[in-house]
Design a protein around this ligand. Structure first.
Ligand code: ADP
Length: 364
């Protein structure tokens, strides 16, 4: 059982507040991904957890014990970084076993654990090679093996795959996820890549400017982003935003009344956010102009199994999924929103929670 609690963590570097009011509990066996743009404080949070950086204030509590003053080795967390640091003169076998040898583990146990770890990472055939004879992806696997072989209390990874090409990355992400499932080791993983976060995480903690914005499952951060920052950061293609007002409960979208939209438009709603799949694009002639926004298709973008229509709305770019074969460049189409799926944000940019009664039938 390893529960790690970060309580009101703060880190100041001279005039920069790198991490501010950061509180989060990692459950035992959880795969938590820290996600956010470059410079938002992810690495600093991970490094404070590891003990590589002192916090300015706040507590790090592992299984009920405050560990702020404990050295990294005493915390028993294993780490993997972007830059792979293997011993070049040692074989893979020696590299992986080095933490166990340093800890004085007996040779029989070492052999067992190295074999098991190598099997899990599919590097059994490489055990007698030296790091210089391995590809970048293989080296990162060895680094992961060396971190996991000593069965640490938690596993902390800082952008471990960001130097690898996309195909290798995808392969290693899958392996890491499977390995973490098998071993059940509590894991904190830092990335700026939202797709990587979605694939790996049990929960994603999204940061901006040193502050935690939302921590929840990939599905919830995608479907119910806590604020406009999260809405914008998660998802590719990005969310589409529209200005809204509510007039006696009737939604007015970019100045166009939508009487069929949710009757109880949340008070104070200032913007509506729609994912590309949250609207059907229908021929403009089929839609009544007084209750539909219309767009012009600028570009048809095929991305494998999904085709997106990149459209112009009032001089702004919006992107929607092509739901049938409707839509060629230059076509004028109307947006038929799924009002149960879209989100509303208030003037401050915070999500307005809606009750199910407020989600009345959409126009479709
Ligand atoms: P991220 O991992 O999200 O890219 P970091 O945690 O590395 O962000 O950095 C957060 C902020 O703290 C940034 O503004 C960065 O410039 C600053 N920072 C990080 N390390 C130091 C340091 N050793 N000295 C001064 N400022 C730092």
């Amino acid at each position: 059982m390893t529960q790690t609690e970060l309580d009101d963590l703060r880190k100041e570097y001279e005039d920069v507040v790198a991490v501010n009011d950061f509180s989060l509990t990692l459950a035992d066996g959880e795969f938590l991904v820290l996600l956010g743009p470059s410079g938002c404080g992810k690495s600093t949070t991970l490094r404070m957890t590891a003990g590589l950086e002192d916090s300015t204030s706040g507590d790090i509590v592992v299984d009920g014990e405050r560990v702020n003053d404990r050295a990294p080795a005493e915390r028993d967390f294993a780490m993997v970084f972007q830059e792979v640091a293997l011993y070049p003169h040692m074989t893979v076998r020696k590299n992986i076993s080095s933490p166990l040898r340093a800890a004085g583990v007996d040779s029989g146990t070492i052999e067992d654990r190295v074999e098991r770890t190598a099997r899990m990472l599919d590097i059994e055939g490489l055990l007698d090679r030296k790091p210089g004879e391995l590809s970048g992806g293989q080296q990162q696997r060895v680094a992961i093996g060396r971190a996991l072989v000593r069965e640490p209390r938690a596993f902390l990874l800082d952008e471990p795959f960001s130097k690898l090409d996309q195909k290798l990355r995808t392969g290693l992400q899958k392996e890491l996820k499977r390995l973490q499932d098998q071993t059940g080791v509590t894991t904190m993983f830092v990335t700026h890549d939202q797709e990587e976060a979605m694939v790996l995480a049990d929960r994603i903690a999204i940061m901006n400017e040193g502050r935690l914005q939302q921590v929840d499952t990939p599905e919830t951060v995608y479907r119910k982003p806590a604020n406009r920052f999260v809405a914008d950061f998660i998802g590719n293609p990005v969310m589409n935003f529209f200005d809204v007002t509510a007039d006696d409960g009737t939604l007015c979208l970019e100045g166009v009344p939508h009487p069929d939209a949710p009757s109880a438009v949340p008070n104070g709603a200032a913007s509506m956010a729609a994912r590309p799949e949250d609207a059907d694009l229908v021929p403009a002639v089929d839609a009544s102009a007084d209750r539909h926004l219309t767009v012009e298709v600028d570009l048809v973008e095929m991305r494998g199994s999904t085709t997106y229509l990149i459209c112009d709305f009032d001089g702004r770019e919006v992107t929607f999924t092509q739901s049938s074969d409707i839509g060629a460049e230059g076509d004028r189409l109307a947006l038929d929103f799924d009002f149960d799926a879209v989100n509303f944000f208030d003037e401050r940019g915070d999500l307005i929670e809606r009750t199910s009664e407020q989600n009345v039938q959409s126009t479709r």
